[in-house]
Design a protein around this ligand. Structure first.
Ligand SMILES: [Zn+2]
Length: 267
């Protein structure tokens, strides 16, 4: 579809906060399909808080550090699967960072998830008071027997979560639009945010982890649909160019050092 059709020109978004909530230690080929397997990267994990005229919206729910603070869980979820455990310092923890902004989980009105991987859904089990928006295909995949080990069912298998399922592109509030960017997973979505001063911010999430995924059109390491994943990369590039916007990358260890991190913000 044309890029602009569902992206509102009027914005109710006031501020965007980028929260760095930990790091993952990964072979580079997790981010760049079939490339760089011998290199190990330490990639940031982020959450985004969006201040709008109608309250606070949390985009993605990070990684729950309980999995690296409890030795049995670390063994079960990481060491026994041959995966390096993530690194989460006390200053990375989401509740601490929200406190610095004068916020608690209860202040979040809505949660929107890009997808259900372990580094995006970690704290979801603590958000029973706010509706959780997700693409229907991602929800179905997350609860299917076919889901891979990168989905931690314990993070989101709570009967108290108020799931709100969406199909395709949709507007959360004026100025915050989610675009279907499937390919990495069956129901991945990315965000386009219109800010009063900063203009358009495109948040790809895992449609492309690193700048080179976009510069060189390299697919994510894990894809359920390569053709769709490439189309998603091209779509996000085109929207960023068309709107003279900026991309804020979720997992790029170099770009994160140039990103304005909370308590600073984009407005
Ligand atoms: Zn992912």
């Amino acid at each position: 579809m044309p890029f602009g059709r569902c992206i509102s020109a009027v914005t109710s978004v006031r501020r965007l906060y980028v929260l760095l909530v930990g790091y993952e230690v990964l072979p580079k080929s997790i981010s760049t399909k079939d490339l760089g397997a011998r290199f190990i990267l330490c990639e940031p994990i982020c959450c985004y808080l969006v201040k709008t005229a109608s309250g606070w919206i949390l985009l993605d729910a990070g990684f729950d550090p309980v999995y690296v603070q409890n030795r049995e869980l670390t063994e079960q979820y990481f060491h026994s699967a041959g995966i390096y455990p993530p690194i989460v310092s006390p200053a990375h923890e989401l509740p601490f960072q929200m406190q610095q902004l004068g916020l608690s989980f209860r202040d979040v009105n809505r949660v929107v998830l890009s997808h259900l991987h372990l580094d995006h859904a970690g704290y979801l089990k603590y958000f029973h008071h706010a509706p959780v928006y997700i693409q229907r295909q991602e929800y179905l995949h997350g609860f299917s027997a076919a889901r891979p080990g990168s989905y931690f069912l314990d993070d989101y298998n709570s009967p108290n979560i108020d799931w709100q399922l969406r199909d395709g592109d949709w507007e959360v509030v004026p100025g915050l639009t989610m675009l279907s960017t499937r390919g990495h997973t069956p129901g991945h979505q990315s965000a386009v945010i219109e800010l009063p001063k900063s203009g358009t911010c495109v948040l790809p999430f895992d449609a492309g982890d690193l700048q080179e995924n976009f510069d060189l059109e390299i697919l994510p390491g894990e894809c359920v649909d390569d053709v769709a994943a490439l189309a998603s990369i091209r779509r996000l590039k085109a929207i960023t160019a068309e709107r003279r916007g900026q991309m804020i990358l979720f997992h790029d260890p170099v770009a994160i050092q140039r990103t304005r991190l909370a308590p600073e913000f984009y407005d």
